[in-house]
Design a protein around this ligand. Structure first.
Ligand SMILES: [Zn+2]
Length: 260
């Protein structure tokens, strides 16, 4: 597998566009499979809307996955393992300017999702509309039920929902458990993961899929919030959700949207 970092840069800038209200300042992070053994992830401290190639770090996958299986006892040990997984030119002692970038604090969940869900791209943001729900008692209702057909087509029949956990390795470990439960129930990886009191993650095979899922999730959040103002939100019946998700013409539409 070989993806161009240019596509990761343009996807990240689009997610960071201020008018979209998905992230502000240094919020959010993205990643992309680089090859079988490594991936690119946003570096810590970079803003998404104006990011360039120097805002990403190449990281080896195996050491990051090992962190989840055998979490180090100290943050110092965890940091040393993460730094040793960084590939040139940003590795410590790298030759290009000697600048050692740190990967995003969320590097471990990016590694886990790229590997376990076998996807090429990930976009993690904190949209205001989504967090208005995830910071409320309505988070599970929003995540587990669907309200209109295009939400089903783009975001899948349900979202995976992860309880709040400390950002970094603790969040990656909790998220892995929820993703495994989702895959056991649905026979496939989630397209959308919602993190209580935190934000959302879109998973996909192309930058277009990440942008579409994020946009549709935000639209669904706005509709849900509007429905809460006017009364109790209604939901599509579960059998209708499954029917919509499996309809050949909807599968065709989904594939057309993401084939970019
Ligand atoms: Zn976050």
């Amino acid at each position: 597998m070989s993806n161009s970092i240019g596509s990761l840069i343009s996807m990240t800038r689009a997610l960071g566009e201020p008018a979209m209200d998905y992230v502000i300042i240094g919020e959010g992070n993205t990643s992309m499979r680089r090859d079988d053994d490594s991936f690119y992830v946003k570096a810590s401290g970079h803003q998404m809307h104006n990011i360039g190639e120097d805002g990403f770090v190449a990281v080896r996958l195996a050491p990051m996955l090992a962190l989840l299986d055998d979490p180090p006892k100290t943050l110092t040990e965890q940091k040393a393992i993460t730094e040793s997984a960084i590939l040139p030119p940003n590795a410590l002692g790298g030759t290009e300017g000697g600048l050692a970038l740190s990967p995003s604090i969320e590097v471990s969940f990016h590694a886990m999702l790229l590997h376990d869900c076998d996807v090429g791209f990930i976009g993690h943001t904190h949209p205001t509309a989504i967090n208005q729900i995830l910071c409320s008692e309505h988070a599970a209702d929003f995540a587990l039920k669907r309200r209109f057909p295009d939400e089903v087509v783009l975001c899948g029949p349900q979202s995976a929902l992860a309880p709040y956990a400390d950002p970094g390795l603790p969040l990656a470990i909790v998220m892995r458990e929820r993703v495994q439960q989702f895959m056991a129930a649905h026979g496939e990886a989630p397209k959308l993961i919602l993190l209580e009191n935190h934000g959302m993650i879109a998973l996909g095979g192309s930058p277009a899929e990440i942008l579409n899922i994020t946009a549709m999730a935000v639209k669904a959040a706005r509709i849900f919030l509007g429905a809460l103002i006017t009364g109790k939100p209604t939901r599509l019946p579960d059998e209708e959700v499954q029917h919509l998700y499996r309809r050949p013409d909807e599968i065709y539409r989904r594939q057309r949207f993401v084939a970019k």
